[in-house]
Design a protein around this ligand. Sequence first.
Ligand code: ADP
Ligand code: MG
Length: 320
Amino acid sequence: MTELVVRDLVKDFRVRDGVRRSRLRAVDDVSFVLTPGRTTALVGESGSGKSTIARMVARLDTPTSGRIVLSADDGAEVPGRTYRDHVQMVFQDPFASLNPFHTVEHHLARPLLLHGRAKGREDTWRQVLRLLERVNLTPADEIARRRPHELSGGQRQRVAIARALAPGAKVVIADEPVSMLDVSIRLGVLNLLARLQREDDLAVLYITHDLATARHFADDIAVLYRGRIVERGPASEVILRPKHPYTQLLAAAAPDPDKRGTVVAEQPDPVGGGLGHGVHSGCTFRDRCRWAMDICATTPVEEKVGAGHFARCWFYGAEE
Ligand code: ADP
Ligand code: MG
């Protein structure tokens, strides 16, 4: 696989607004590229459209418009069935994503068999144990026989990660993978994801509301605000030289990742990022922006603000 390209992605939901029916644009013109061996963080507050994007990239939901294309090494588009083998999702809630009636072995054996990665009982068992060892769940043979309620939250999320690897994932979409876990074990799970990413040369989309972990674990950062990517670029650039007024607010509110213990700390959202109703015209941040100008009533286009660094803000556009 060479890359997964997301282009001009739009998702509208029909919502009931009292007695009126209206349309909510949850994802608005989103584009990004995932490449092997790189982690891209999608950072945004609750309601900004992160899970909607994740579900569309994992093909659990269909876009209103836009394209999502996974290309193979030879440049050809990977067809639907193979796409599902290659693009796997890790959900926020590890309890909800595992079936309480099935053992850990069942959860891992099923995708191995379904996607033709294992043959026969012995081979399947061997591969289940191997997967459990890779996510540091040992003794693997004992863990394999347990059911989800006999595991801690962190262990369950490790099983969910192993399950994502089972079909031979090349792209992993991790939707707030540690936000429901105990603060003390978050770093361990994120480090695990980082190691697997290196070992398997995975392309990872790490979805989070936490800019500090994004800086620590991601190569690239895309900042989402009300369904739109307002800034994107190399992680250090976006954090150290944020250009969009919204990113500047986020960066100022984020704890210093170099101080031990603050890396995965909970942080309050500095400003609300929820969606209003309808389809936005103009900059979605303009009602909160101290620099807002008349032109901000028109939707800004993406402007280059550094090497591989882009912002959607009129402040950097128009005249030189
Ligand atoms: P995030 O994951 O960033 O918290 P979501 O992608 O879950 O945000 O939601 C983005 C917006 O879309 C929210 O306003 C949410 O209420 C709305 N939304 C999500 N799913 C649906 C749905 N199935 N029907 C209607 N609205 C939805
Ligand atoms: Mg979400």
